[in-house]
Design a protein around this ligand. Structure first.
Ligand code: NDP
Length: 309
């Protein structure tokens, strides 16, 4: 297939580019005119080119250039930014949807989601709710334009959540102590980012995933915070000192933080106090990735943690 990756130099996007190339697809990567003299970005793009990708110059401020980029391919995967403390441009995809609609040739669009299913988050806490609302606005535009789609609900990126033993603001595990969110027994789902990319590339042209949400729920990685901590304790052969923070205290602490931190903490609250990743069954409008693609040997949380030793 011919695939265009939008947001290809990002944290998730670069993995999608690599997985697409590894899958033997003709891979185009959007090169935004706006990157100016961002040398790191340019070097990343050039490394994709050296690996066989084709760079397409376009701008979100130039509709015609987007349409022309879209016309080159069959499938578009977007991994545009959507994390408040990094960068948040989910709604730019509305311009992409307009271009896809006009081009009329796209067989599948995978918008930038890769997290909590936004359709289940109408009750979410502000300001983090913005992420879900914006992702839902993009979904509506896609569906109103009758564009074939697949939505990817990838649950927790392992790098953000496993690395810090599920503690907000931490991305490496402690050898001494851990702060448990509530009783630490609410189950979440953790996925290696490269596995998310591999599943995404597999599902993007699969008839079974057409116009569906695909949840990535690797069975052995459906774990509580205590279980993640337990894996780490086994690896380091020592027991961490544990304290616990109640839901009420968590929300109080959250209120004193800046906008970006509040948005992130709100998501943690829904995952680790409310159980929003695991408190529902997948319905007829969804599929589960590890069932669809059992041949993908996903990274287990205990394996993932070994990289921090
Ligand atoms: P990044 O912050 O890495 O950004 C991705 C890309 O967005 C950038 O590389 C850039 O692409 C593009 N971008 C950034 N700013 C602009 C702009 N002003 N105009 C146009 N494009 C811009 O994104 P992530 O990889 O962190 O996030 C991707 C998705 O994953 C999001 O939907 C996010 O919500 C989700 N996510 C989920 C997590 C989870 O645990 N489930 C954790 C983190 C993210 P380029 O310059 O290449 O064009």
């Amino acid at each position: 297939m011919k695939v265009l990756v939008v947001g290809g130099t990002g944290y998730m996007g670069k993995r999608i580019v690599k997985a697409s190339l590894a899958g033997g697809h003709t891979t185009y990567v959007l090169r935004r005119q706006e990157i100016g003299v961002d040398i790191e970005k340019l070097q990343t793009l050039l490394s994709f080119k050296a690996d066989g990708a084709r760079l397409v110059e376009a701008s979100f401020d130039d509709h015609r250039s987007l349409v022309e980029a879209v016309q080159l391919v069959d499938i578009i995967v977007s991994a545009i930014s959507g994390v408040h403390f990094r960068s948040h441009h989910i709604l730019l995809q509305l311009k992409l949807v307009q271009a896809i609609k006009e081009a009329g040739n796209i067989k599948r669009f995978v918008p930038s989601e890769f997290g909590i299913d936004p359709s289940k988050m109408s009750h979410a806490l502000e300001p983090g709710k913005e992420t879900f609302d914006e992702k839902m606005r993009v979904r509506k535009a896609i569906e109103d334009a009758n564009i074939p789609f697949t939505y990817v609900s990838a649950n927790c990126f392992a790098g953000y959540f496993v690395g810090g033993l599920c503690q907000p603001g931490k991305i490496t595990p402690s050898w001494e102590s851990v702060s448990l969110l509530g009783d630490g027994n609410v189950r979440a789902i953790f996925v290696d980012e490269d596995d998310i990319a591999a599943y995404t590339i597999r599902m993007m042209n699969d008839p079974r995933t057409l116009n569906k949400t695909v949840y990535i729920r690797p069975p052995e990685n459906i774990l509580s915070q205590r279980q993640v901590v337990g894996h780490w304790e086994k690896l380091i052969n020592r027991v961490l000192e544990k304290t616990s923070i109640s839901g009420e205290n968590f929300l109080t602490i959250m209120k004193g933080m800046d906008h970006a931190q509040q948005a992130g903490l709100g998501h943690y609250y829904h995952i680790f106090y409310e159980g929003c990743l695991t408190n529902f069954d997948i319905g007829d409008d969804g599929e589960e990735a590890s069932e669809l693609y059992p041949e993908i040997n996903y990274v287990r949380v205990d394996e993932y943690l070994k990289r921090y030793l």
